[in-house]
Ligand binder design. Structure first.
Ligand SMILES: Cc1ncc(COP(=O)(O)O)c(C=O)c1O
Length: 380
């Protein structure tokens, strides 16, 4: 029997997106900060308790936070090496120096016990990345930041709908950045949001987002004209993107529970096999609520990951690896520096395999994925 390919990701459409886009079309106002941007913003503000600004990507939100922190050439920013390039690039664009710290072996998140050794006179900020939508140890990270007068920017690209001790990810540090890229849980193709947790930075954030002008205040009737105020760029999405996103936000709980069902099924299927396969599966600390963004397996040492992925691909399973650690990439070596050994980063990045996970993946498809993984490991 021919097997249908099982893709790694399948963007989920709620069906409400078209309705919202039609409404935006009928309203006839397509540039940013219209009806749908406002709805999305209010939804985010209610969810997180922060001031939220919709952006065209998480990358844009991270760049905005680098501008808000006034990162200057030579300023150091502590972050994991096991992350997406934008975490570092946002600061490198301002002349900042990413300082790479190792990750924890259980959650693959920034190891909070190693941050202290990375701090110098030049350190300005810590950027915890909530990998797979599972929170970093934020109490410890916030305490280190407070003791050393450092800002905290949460890269919560994967963390929409996740929380830490009851607080939504992205709402704990000074700034938080969400992604609505089509590979994430709540999507708009490209899209993101900056969460502002410092009341005094909101005005500057609005100016940075609107090309360095006070247009946002003007549109609210707080100015009789708008003009160039400070540095800035164009970081806001148009209304069609916001309309699509609104069609997703209205179903955010359903999306999360569908993903959670698939995530838990993998966990049930792999739990009994973990020991015999000698694999590691995700750890979710008790004080953390995750959003089922990702299910991964850390292969046993000595198993060749490329062969496993090739075998699974031949079986039509879209399993994939993840980040190439930034400290080992050409630009990471040029622009950043590492603090201490990055043993867990190198080790885990080379052994991780991410499994297909999307709304609507069936039980039989997931059983097939797990069988294919087992066969691939045993075949190696
Ligand atoms: C940790 C992390 N940060 C930032 C980004 C960038 O997000 P966007 O594509 O919305 O700019 C990603 C994208 O996958 C990511 O995984």
């Amino acid at each position: 029997m021919a097997i249908e390919p099982i893709p790694f990701n399948k963007p989920y459409m709620t069906g409400l997106e078209i309705e919202s886009i039609n409404e935006a079309h009928a309203l006839g106002s397509l540039s940013g900060d219209g009806t749908f941007t406002r709805r999305c913003r209010e939804w985010l503000e209610q969810l997180t308790g922060t001031q939220a600004l919709l952006t065209h990507s998480c990358t844009a939100a991270l760049e905005m936070s680098a501008l808000l922190l006034d990162i200057q050439p030579g300023d150091e920013v502590i972050m994991p090496s096991y992350t997406f390039v934008s975490t570092a690039n946002a600061f490198v664009l301002r002349g900042g120096v990413p300082v790479f710290v190792d990750i924890r072996p259980d959650t693959l998140n920034l190891d909070e016990t190693k941050i202290g050794d990375a701090i110098t006179q030049k350190t300005k900020a810590i950027v915890p990345v909530h990998y797979a939508g599972v929170s970093c140890e934020m109490d410890e990270i916030m305490a280190i930041a407070a003791r050393n007068s450092l800002a905290v920017v949460e890269d919560a690209a994967q963390g929409v709908m996740s929380s830490y001790r009851g607080k939504m990810l992205g709402s704990i540090g000074d700034f938080g950045a969400y992604s609505f890229h089509e590979t994430k849980n709540i999507i708009s193709g490209e899209g993101g949001s900056l969460l502002v947790n410092r009341e005094e930075s909101l005005n500057d954030a609005e100016i940075i987002r609107e090309k360095g002008t006070d247009r946002s205040q003007f549109l609210r009737g707080e100015r009789d004209k708008y003009s160039w105020q400070d540095h800035g760029s164009s970081y806001l999405p148009g209304e069609l993107i916001a309309a699509f996103l609104w069609g997703q936000m209205r179903r955010a709980d359903e999306i999360t529970s569908m993903r959670m069902e698939a995530w838990e099924r993998y966990d049930e299927l792999l739990g009994p096999l973990k020991a015999s396969l000698d694999c590691q599966t995700p750890t979710i600390p008790a004080h953390v609520q995750h959003n089922a963004h990702m299910y991964y397996v850390i292969l046993p040492r000595g198993v060749d990951r490329d062969s496993v992925l090739k075998y699974m691909r031949e079986q039509k399973v879209g399993a994939i690896f993840h980040y190439v650690p930034l400290h080992s990439a050409p630009a990471g070596r040029r622009f950043g520096r590492q603090s201490g050994e990055l043993e867990n980063t190198d080790d885990l990045a080379s052994r991780i395999v991410r499994l297909p996970l999307w709304c609507g993946i069936s039980e039989s498809q997931q059983c097939y994925v797990v069988d294919s993984l087992k066969a691939a490991i045993n075949a190696d």
